[in-house]
Design a protein around this ligand. Structure first.
Ligand code: NDP
Length: 546
């Protein structure tokens, strides 16, 4: 059995005999596709090859031979004739790098090892390890004065890692009744608001199976209403002794409850995807561990509620905003006005405001288009965002710093600029696609690649790749302002400890890895069109460097 993982699908391939029977036909199909033969001839093979199969062939060293033969022939339908459209000319379907990778992975034992690593070992390690990570952050702030070094010596010196971790969990309290009420009340509130608040229906991107999910675009109203309710209740209940800082004081209970709920919820999602999927974008890889980790459905719905809209946006992102407000309240109760906390919280709130303003655009990002609803994305949004993303302001509650106006203003302005660049980049992509390239980018006609690709059912589609504006500087330039911004809201903690930089460090790893992941995904999806884009915009993330 050969498995091929591309994020949305895991193909359970046929027996070797069946495989070899179909190889020659598929190869012929690939050759025709890239040779620019007549539409009629091409149609004959249209249903035989899809993107994932093409990659599978390339990995087996077959597609490469077929495609190379046609290096000089123009790619079918590559341009619409506009002087600003870049013709995705001929060439190998995938870049040299991927061909090299393909050659390397031809060895069956190496392939087996890679599959075991990607689909079993890494998921097991991640599922076992990351739930501890958010507790480590909490423990370090609350019991080790924010110092990882103190935490390591306290927990692990002259003891095994497992004993240290067990000792750490021993100081974590089980969720108390008020915490359970707050969390379940908030979850219920979010669901009711998803249904009740007004918003127009927007279409998500077409999925690999050809479905078009529809979402209610009421995220921004939800965000404003929720923040107004938070501050209104904080102000009115204060005289009666109620304060939201209970969430800060009992954050161990919160993390315990979120961890438990999410791990169980992911089991439910796993089973739902297998036995009652909401759409055809579902299925099993045949590996139970990988299925739990990655998910069995792309966009599950429960009683009409979109699961990822709930976990990622309404719980994860909104929870982030509420938690930094809780930190601001707690800091004010302890120390009064602290400018470092103001900078840190203000930048995070502006960023999250931008997120909700643009929530419909988020539906066309990797989190939604590629990642299935499993442990990776759902646990990540339900636990990792509250536990890790909020760590700079969580730390600053007990480590107040007075920055002074010049430094505070500098960090604030730089951070706002970074948010603007990141937003503009996201918007450029959305605008160009929304207007079918008829808009202006930085005051000029955009440079476009009209890229064709096939859905899994063989249906052909066209998509626009923008090769100017921010998308002409590097293929994922918008990650640079994302990282700069995170640095701007972490720097107010200054340099006493590494902990407030945990999120930035994580973000750099996540986004650099994403540049590779997305390049691979797009190379598979768009073939020579993506290669054309890579030639025009050679850097992944940082112009001239990377
Ligand atoms: P992108 O918004 O970059 O989406 C990638 C997709 O965009 C590609 O798969 C492709 O999809 C399409 N695309 C790629 N190149 C082009 C192009 N030149 N022109 C048009 N479309 C293109 O990725 P993310 O989902 O990673 O990021 C979305 C936002 O979320 C960003 O602002 C990012 O900074 C932020 N983010 C924040 C994180 C955090 O934890 N703070 C983590 C990750 C992202 P298609 O198949 O449609 O062609």
């Amino acid at each position: 059995m050969i498995y091929h993982m591309d994020g949305n699908q895991v193909l359970n391939h046929k027996t070797q005999q069946e495989e070899s029977d179909t190889r020659s036909t598929r190869r012929a199909g690939l050759e025709l596709r890239s040779s620019g033969l007549s539409e009629k001839q091409d149609k004959k093979y249209e249903n035989m090859v899809d993107i994932a199969e093409a990659e599978q062939l390339i990995r087996q060293g077959l597609g490469r031979r077929g495609m190379r033969r046609n290096d000089s022939s123009p790619s079918r339908g590559a341009t619409n004739g506009s002087p600003h459209d870049i013709s995705a000319g001929a060439g190998d379907v995938l870049s040299e790098g991927i061909q090299g990778y393909g050659r390397l992975t031809q060895s069956p034992s190496l392939q087996r090892f890679k599959l075991f690593l990607n689909m079993t070992l890494s998921p097991i390690l991640l599922i076992a390890f990351v739930p501890n990570l958010v507790i480590v952050i909490w423990f370090t702030v609350m019991h080790c004065d924010g110092s990882y070094w103190t935490m390591v010596t306290k927990l692990f010196s002259q003891r095994s890692i497992l004993t240290g971790i067990a000792d750490m969990w021993r100081v974590v309290n089980m969720p108390s009744t008020p915490v359970l009420y707050i969390l379940s009340g908030y979850g219920l509130y979010a669901l009711v608001m998803m249904r009740l608040l007004p918003g127009k229906m927007v279409k998500g991107p077409v999925t690999p199976k050809g479905n078009v999910p529809v979402y209610k675009d009421n995220g921004f109203v939800y965000y404003l209403v929720t923040l107004a309710l938070f501050w209104g209740l904080t102000y009115t209940l204060r005289p009666y002794g109620y304060t939201p800082s209970i969430i800060y004081d009992r954050f161990d209970e919160v993390l315990f409850a979120l961890n438990t709920f999410s791990l169980v919820f992911c089991v439910f999602l796993y089973l739902k995807g297998l036995f009652a999927p909401s759409s055809t974008d579902s299925g099993s890889s045949g590996n139970i561990i990988f299925d739990y980790y990655w998910g069995t459905e792309l966009y599950p719905r429960i009683l009409g509620f979109d699961v990822k809209l709930f976990t990622n946006c309404r719980f994860g992102m909104m929870g982030w905003a509420l938690l930094v407000c809780v930190h601001a309240v707690k800091s004010y109760e302890l120390h009064g006005f602290v400018d470092s906390m103001v900078v840190c919280v203000a930048l995070q709130l502006i960023y999250i405001t931008k997120f909700f303003w643009w929530e419909a655009g988020y539906m066309s990002t990797i989190d939604i288009m590629v990642d299935r609803a499993g442990f990776y994305i759902c646990w990540g949004c339900l636990v990792y965002i509250p536990g890790l993303y909020t760590s700079p302001s969580f730390y600053m509650v007990s480590h107040p710093v007075i920055l002074g106006l010049p430094l505070a203003a500098f960090l604030l302005v730089t951070g706002v600029l970074a948010i603007w660049v990141n937003y503009e980049a996201d918007m450029q992509k959305q605008m160009v696609r929304g207007s079918n390239g008829t808009c202006l980018v930085w005051g000029r006609k955009p440079e476009l690649i009209r890229a064709r690709y096939c859905l899994e059912n063989g249906q052909e589609k066209e998509s626009l790749l923008l090769a100017s504006g921010w998308w002409g500087m590097a293929r994922h330039f918008h990650y640079v302002p994302e990282i700069t911004l995170a640095l701007c809201w972490s720097l107010p903690a200054l340099f006493q400890n590494i902990l407030p930089y945990s999120y930035v460090i994580f973000l750099v790893i996540l986004l650099v890895h994403r540049t590779f992941r997305d390049d691979e995904k797009c190379a598979r999806k768009y073939g020579s069109f993506w290669q054309q884009y890579c030639k025009k915009v050679p850097n992944k993330m940082v112009p001239y460097l990377f």
